[in-house]
Design a protein around this ligand. Structure first.
Ligand code: NDP
Length: 473
């Protein structure tokens, strides 16, 4: 699977180098990044698309300050790589590689999730940490950016194996994190179960009960609405963008990919806005349910994915009106070739390639809301912008999760617990604030509704100002 995405990332890079006029300053920075780490394709892609937005402002920024800051931003403050030894249920010794990329502490303690997936490597960790810095900046909360994880595959592992892995992972990570230093959370393959195991081990090792992780269980410091926050936030900001164009979600057909945390709560909130979601997927394939994934069907998906840890194929065995299409190779994904009004990629990076983007445009898609991080290859993103498709970029669109993580940190520090309504209303306020911010930055520095530039530029300026004030560190 990983190779498929790398091929896509590689193609995007060649395309960009060939097709896109780049500013000399940003090109120099990009070439330097590529020379330093030639194998880090995902990181290069994230930096490149960010630099395309910087092209819009770089000539107006004072060279001695902001240009130097951009050079420093693409270099993580610290990268920790460690071995994670653990023992499986058969008593066999196993080994995995653990990572924590502490990208930027300009705005607050490093903050960002942990991913457990066999594809995890330093390039993916660095791209995610880089994106996280600007995302956290956009929330307006005092959080720096980081990301971590391991190439451990939780799929098919028993609870006891996952627990032993998490305990071993934390036995090294604990010395690098803390409530005022670095506060990890969940991501792909890390949900409530894993956060609980990680938190328990941190507590044993440090003899302290602090808000060192977010996404914790409700009984030990977790915030209400944290599990829902990324999906809900994605729908809130998409709704704001649509409102700006006089459009609504009501009665509209939506495509959602993935079937994990972000996808589930995206479907839930889309349903509550009166939209109809017709697809879900996992790494093995997709389901198409023309009648819509109702609240009852979504409850089945939550049980299937979160409790039974089954495959999305089983949905079509239970609901006979739905069709299952297994995933095949590198080409177009049939999920993105279904006629719909809006699309919400919520699985993983580079899941929409150029062919998929062409299919979406051909079928008249009006909005792409990025639930996953960097779900569109660079060429796809460019096509959507050219064709006037509203594009809610991940940095802004999926910031709801980390925003409520920030609220969880506040509640932990104050030893308080806010109600569901309080947290949900703060989340809505934050997503509306992000929309206002990125749309004002788009209008000022780029073009109306270019939210990609808007998010990159608004996120960047705040971090840059903090770095300059702190002595360019
Ligand atoms: P989950 O592990 O809960 O779900 C991930 C879903 O995506 C699963 O359906 C999984 O299928 C599918 N998937 C994962 N990797 C691949 C792959 N290589 N190819 C195809 N399908 C894949 O993760 P989340 O829902 O938490 O995360 C989804 C995306 O959202 C990620 O990009 C993440 O970085 C981003 N995100 C998550 C946040 C959060 O709060 N959780 C916050 C902000 C962004 P399978 O079951 O087969 O593995």
């Amino acid at each position: 699977m990983r190779e498929n995405f790398l091929i896509v990332a590689d193609k995007a890079k060649d395309y960009l180098l060939k097709e896109t006029k780049v500013n000399q300053i940003t090109e120099k920075i990009y070439q330097h990044v590529c020379q330093l780490d030639p194998d880090q394709k995902e990181f290069q892609q994230a930096v490149y698309t960010f630099l395309l937005s910087m092209d819009k402002i770089v000539d107006e920024l004072p060279e001695v300050t902001y240009h130097k800051v951009i050079e420093r931003m693409v270099e993580p403050e610290r990268v920790i790589i460690f071995r994670v030894p653990w023992i499986d249920d058969e008593g066999q010794l196993q080994i995995n590689r653990g990572f924590r990329v502490q990208q930027s502490s300009a705005l607050g303690p490093y903050k960002g999730g942990l991913r457990l997936h066999p594809s995890v490597n330093l390039s993916i960790m660095k791209f995610l940490a880089f994106e996280q810095v600007f995302k956290n900046s956009l929330t307006g909360l005092p959080m720096g950016g980081g990301k971590g994880g391991s190439d451990f595959n939780p799929k098919g592992k028993s609870d006891a194996e996952v627990m032993r892995f998490c305990q071993s992972f934390m036995s090294e990570l604990f010395r690098h994190i803390g409530p005022d230093t670095d506060v990890p959370a969940g991501d792909i393959g890390v949900g409530a179960r894993e956060v609980g195991f990680l938190f328990g081990q941190y507590k044993r090792l440090t003899n302290s009960f602090t808000g060192v992780l977010t996404g914790k269980g409700q009984s030990f410091g977790g915030s209400l609405i944290r599990p829902e926050a990324t999906g809900y936030g994605l729908v809130y900001i998409s709704n704001e963008i649509l409102k700006g164009e006089g459009k609504t979600l009501e009665g509209k057909t939506c495509l959602v990919s993935g079937s994990g945390n972000v996808a589930q709560y995206t479907v839930e909130k889309l349903n509550s806005f009166g939209a109809k979601v017709v697809t879900l997927s996992d790494s093995s394939g997709m389901i198409y349910d023309e009648e819509g994934i109702t609240a009852e069907k979504l409850e089945y998906v939550k049980q299937l994915k979160n409790v039974k840890r089954g495959r999305i194929r089983e949905y079509s065995e239970k609901y006979k009106g739905a069709t299952y299409i297994p995933r095949s190779g590198n080409g177009a994904n049939p999920l993105w070739d279904i006629k719909a009004d809006y699309a919400f990629p919520c699985a993983t990076q580079n899941e929409i390639n150029l062919e998929d983007a062409n299919n979406l445009v051909k079928n008249g898609i009006k909005l792409i809301g990025e639930g996953a991080n960097m779900p569109c290859v660079a060429e796809a993103e460019k096509l959507f912008l050219e064709k006037g498709v509203l594009l809610a970029p991940a940095k802004a669109a999926n910031a709801g999760g980390v925003a409520v993580s920030g609220l969880e940190m506040s509640q932990n520090s104050m030893r308080l617990k806010w109600t569901r309504e309080e947290v949900d209303s703060k989340l809505q306020g934050i997503m509306k604030g992000i929309y206002d911010n990125i749309s004002a930055a788009a209008d000022k520095y780029s073009e109306h509704n270019n939210f990609v530039d808007g998010a990159n530029i608004a996120g960047f300026l705040k971090v840059a100002d903090a770095m300059i004030a702190q002595g360019y560190v």
